[in-house]
Write a protein of this length. Sequence first.
Length: 220
Amino acid sequence: MGDNDRVTRLKEQEENIIQKVVERVLANKGFLNKLLESVNNALHENQKKIKTVEEKVHRIESQVRQIDDSVELQEQYSRSNNLRFFGIPETENENTNEVIMDVCKKKLNIPLSPEDIDICHRLSRGEGATDHHRPIMVRFVRRSLRNNVFKAKKNLKGTKIIIREDLTKRRVSIVKDLIKRTNQRDVFSNNGNIFIKIKGKILKIHLVSEYDNILKTYFA
């Protein structure tokens, strides 16, 4: 008998032994039950661990959203005395304080003094320029004065001048997205909050994270 034949016989014997062992194991119901129970227990423990990890991740995500909302809300609050004026023609060597005082007096019937304005300047062209005129951001010294000017914006009807609240970039993004999904007349802001008219209701967005729920509920 050659070496190859011996190797072949050894392999056949090994396979027969393995097959008999497997058959005995499969025939042992007690062993199989214990093995199955052990596997089920391991799976149950892993599922419990996975659930615990998922709950921790959910809590962390919730805490991150709360912190994110708090920081963003504080940023919006810091803009409470601000308004943005759009559509005012831009001239060389202009004095924006005088420009705004002139608009408020002649268009809004609200006379202002230089002491009423804390900060006033043109913004960059990427921040809402209309007709090639950069918007003017105004910070009033008193919120009550700012509110009076904002309420009087209805007097600008028929002109090219528009007054809007000074919203954070994320709130501006939400407003633009809502306008795309509905129309501009159904979207507005007040005191930094965003409002949308939809399906006969007016929805309020106070925290930016609330927008996700509105998208899921009304635009899914």
